[in-house]
Design a protein around this ligand. Structure first.
Ligand code: NAP
Length: 256
């Protein structure tokens, strides 16, 4: 018997097989879940290609999380398909180039607002849009963050967006808890994905983790993040919500 037997999961954020969400989808299927993926805009085709590398075939729905009509279409599809939703993974992040790389004082609101919309508000948009299906199953919403309690080099407005994302998760936990829906985040250490490679200076994070994480850290290992993410979607965290679990080799707990 698998950890996720009979679970119905929606997994966003699969772009390549290096995506954190790809490993979550793979493990979920191996543990018995039925999975539907989403892909955004022009990258939908890439998501469809990547989906073929999963152990089992699965459908890919179009979902740009800034488009309310696409969220509604996903809701209607899942309502027809399953009538309930046990878990949704939010693995979505984007900031325009001007928001990253040490340019903090120069980014303008037009760019910053895109980062906040795609990377923070989208958690409310997604969880809110799927709320009736999640309520049907005492469902679990899980998102992926990068510790926003401190300021990092180069992360800039993406760090601000992650702080808003973390706060959004807490308010969602408060708003959706009465319907039995849990909302939690996994705070991951640096993993070399497409999103990570687009952050200039990302290598500095990798070096810092090598030096400071007491358990050590492998930037190519999505598996640890995926296992914890799935555990949060399983029945084994029934009374946990509004939580941020670190999967970072212990980095966050060290002073120097
Ligand atoms: P990734 O493989 O590049 O995935 C990012 C995903 O976000 C892509 O599938 C991307 O799709 C999607 N996305 C961007 N804009 C979107 C939109 N408007 N609507 C729907 N989807 C959209 O990178 P990843 O590192 O696995 O990122 C997944 C999550 O983990 C992100 O929230 C990231 O901040 C978080 N995280 C990553 C790390 C790390 O070190 N890699 C650490 C901590 C947290 P398109 O490319 O098609 O737009």
């Amino acid at each position: 018997m698998g950890l996720m037997d009979s679970k119905k999961l929606l997994i966003t954020g699969v772009l390549t097989d290096a995506s954190l969400a790809f490993e979550v989808a793979k493990l979920a299927q191996m543990e018995g879940a039925e999975v539907v993926l989403t892909g955004a805009g022009r990258a939908l085709r890439l998501t469809e290609r990547t989906a073929r590398k999963l152990p089992e075939t699965c459908d890919v729905l179009a979902l740009d999380v800034t488009q309310p009509n696409e969220i509604e279409a996903v809701f209607l599809d899942l309502q027809e398909r399953w009538g309930r939703l046990d878990g949704v993974l939010h693995a979505i992040g984007f900031a325009p180039e001007a928001c990253l790389g040490g340019n903090f004082l120069n980014a303008d609101w037009e760019d910053v607002s895109v980062a906040l919309h795609v990377s923070a508000y989208s958690l409310k948009a997604l969880a809110g849009g799927l709320q009736p299906l999640l309520a049907e199953a005492n469902g679990s919403v899980v998102g992926l963050t990068f510790d926003a309690s401190v300021a990092w080099p180069v992360y800039d407005w993406m760090g601000v967006a992650k702080a808003a994302f973390e706060s959004t998760a807490r308010y969602l936990a408060k708003s959706l808890g009465p319907q039995g829906i849990r909302v939690n985040l996994v705070s991951a250490g640096p993993i070399r994905t497409m999103a990570a490679k687009s952050i200039p200076g990302f290598g500095d994070f990798e070096d810092a983790w090598q030096q400071r994480a007491p358990l050590g850290w492998d930037v190519h290992d999505q598996n640890s993040v995926a296992r914890t993410t799935l555990a949060m979607m399983s029945d084994w965290f029934p009374m946990t919500t509004g939580e941020i679990i670190h999967v970072d080799g212990g980095y966050h707990a060290m002073g120097a």
